[in-house]
Design a protein around this ligand. Sequence first.
Ligand code: MGD
Ligand code: MGD
Ligand code: SF4
Ligand code: MO
Length: 674
Amino acid sequence: MKKVLGACPLDCPDGCSWVVSVEDGEAVGMRGNPEHPVTRGALCVKVNRYLEQTRAPDRVLHPMRRVGRKGEGRFERIGWDEALDEIAGRLGEVTREYGGQAVWPFQGTGSLGYIQGLEGFAGRRFFNVLGASIHDPTICSIAGSTGLKYTLGTSGGMDPEDFAHAKLILLWGTNPLTSGHHVWKFIQDARRDGAYVVAIDPVRTRSAAQADEHLAPMPGTDAALALGLLNVIVGMGAHDQAYIDAHTLGWDAFRARIEEFPPERVARITGLPEESIVALAERVARTRPTAIRATQGMQRHAGGGMALRTLACLPGVTGDWALRGGGLCYSTSGHFKLNLPKLVRIDLLPHPVRTLSMTRLGEGLLDVGDPPVKALFVIGANPVGSNPHQRKVVRGLAREDLFTVVLEHFLTDTTDYADIVLPATMQTEHLDLIAGYGHLYLVWNEPAVDPPGECLSTSETFRRLARRMGMTEPSLYDSDEDLARQLLDSPHPSLAGITVEGLRKQGYARLNVDRPFLPFAEGFPTTSGRLEFHSQRALRAGHEPLPGFTPHADPGDGLVLISAASHHFLNTTFGNNPELRRRTGKPVIILHPDDAAARGISGQDAVRVENTRGSFEAVAEVSDRVRPGVAATTKGHWAKFNGGATVNATIDERDADMGGGAVFHDNRVEVALA
Ligand SMILES: Nc1nc2c(c(=O)[nH]1)N[C@H]1C(S)=C(S)[C@@H](COP(=O)(O)OP(=O)(O)OC[C@H]3O[C@@H](n4cnc5c(=O)[nH]c(N)nc54)[C@H](O)[C@@H]3O)O[C@H]1N2
Ligand SMILES: Nc1nc2c(c(=O)[nH]1)N[C@H]1C(S)=C(S)[C@@H](COP(=O)(O)OP(=O)(O)OC[C@H]3O[C@@H](n4cnc5c(=O)[nH]c(N)nc54)[C@H](O)[C@@H]3O)O[C@H]1N2
Ligand code: SF4
Ligand SMILES: [Mo]
């Protein structure tokens, strides 16, 4: 029996380290690495089935070519030689006629690996030599990180392990028990020391139900709530003037903005009782340190960037940024100063190229750009299931003149539109390097077993394709291990001493930063070196120079539908696992009793959820877990198992205020008996 150290590749903050037991070349067991300070021996309800997924009977094990019409999902088995010849031939035709930019390498979050997945844009060196368009992965977190950068100069905030030292914890637009449960252990440590936990979420989620208090604002109103809390705090004189003077910029102007948001106005905007707003503000005013856990949920709105930008000001006014266990944590990814340029090699592009936004796939395929998109590579993504405006995406993918290659583990809603499907390795079968975005560790993934069938890793697929196309650039043929070394070759002190050898041996390494890690102890990485309440950079980018409140944007008077993380799926990954599907059941929509009664709907009724963009079927659950005016469902179901459409059929292909982020939770729908 051999033990092999690996890393979960999925888009989850926890970036777990795992241990695979291998017997006679077979992976026979997988558990969380007990040594890793955040994983602490546990994976999660989804990844406990990872080995089962690697051996699933529906796994794609060899290249396939479409035989039926696009959308039918009928394929014939072909060999790698034939697949590579056909892809090389088609890419040659497209690039000769339309130029390299007619190729869109559409890369998703199926793997966050630096070598095989999104963080390192696996395959990008090949696409650079080809001169392909740049893919901007806007679908997940970009509005919030852009907003945070205006305030803090980085989207990286406090060390999640330091939640253990907080006395007041605000779970703000986050459901950690579902979407990244390892932080909960630190929250529990804090509670044992008397910390008080408040959840701020329109839905009473698993996490909100465990909190000491739950406030359910209307979606998209968080910035107003933050300003209302500050209004009370400043009114009490509880702001930290010494901290403000020493470390912030633009206080007088921001203070005037805060004065525009008295509790009665904020109560009207958020739909929260005025007393609750005042009581929470008083609690923040008297509790040090206060820690905010805010993740991606609240920024899937028209004002998502502004929401995070404004929230990050709160610890700047109370001085919590100076304290261990104080501040805000959104994602730690900004703290990883790896040598991405050396890995990705944008310098290999023959000339500057355009950028295409992931959230705008429908538009990108249907509106004739210059040049039009003629070849699409889908890598670690399932846009039919995950992108906004499902019908538009499907219309784009159905274009007869579009050549689509999908690298996949399974025949998803998206592979149905592929010309060629290529079988990809899973995490136990290839080498990779992962950085959690909910902790400060790099995690190594050593291949544990040989790939099944004819599966190839993303890196190897593009090495072979480069060779087939006769490309001579030597760096296209670097091995996975060389790529990892190049990535780690960073002059930044936080990477000093972190080597492939060390990672291999221990399975993980904490960034070389102080403990406690107070990211802004020496100032903020903004131009002024201060936390910027007033941001010249924001102004230059066309935003208000001050933090403020940007309302929800989907017009109409239907219910606001939130489609957040499902407990048993990860995005659409695992949406085909029989046991996880059984536990999840059919898509559910939770309606408040008043909203259900107004529509003549009772619990367990089959309903149709719709708006001008599309519709899907669901089963109604009637519960005060949602506030009136709000409905809740989950992402991740597959269209092909659910009548051909999912919640993403109702979502608009529209940008949030910053970075081109998606607006999944800024979605109005009507609900009626089916
Ligand atoms: N089990 C599981 N885990 C996952 C995922 C999954 O699909 N399943 N997805 C992974 C991915 S890709 C990501 S990006 C992260 C995301 O993880 P989260 O940030 O947790 O994202 P969401 O689940 O979209 O939303 C979190 C909460 O925000 C609430 N919310 C929505 N709109 C608002 C608002 O306007 N204001 C406030 N205050 N709250 C709001 C929702 O009701 C939800 O409970 O999780 C990762 N983890
Ligand atoms: N309604 C609604 N929709 C949402 C969201 C929401 O909150 N609500 N959240 C959005 C968010 S946060 C995100 S991040 C996106 C995610 O959207 P996507 O990036 O499309 O992620 P998945 O849906 O998980 O699809 C990933 C696919 O990659 C495949 N895969 C996994 N690992 C590998 C690999 O190593 N190689 C290859 N070739 N393939 C691999 C998996 O089998 C899977 O089919 O969804 C978004 N969609
Ligand atoms: S999905 Fe998240 S919690 Fe589950 S094993 Fe992967 S990193 Fe850990
Ligand atoms: Mo995400």
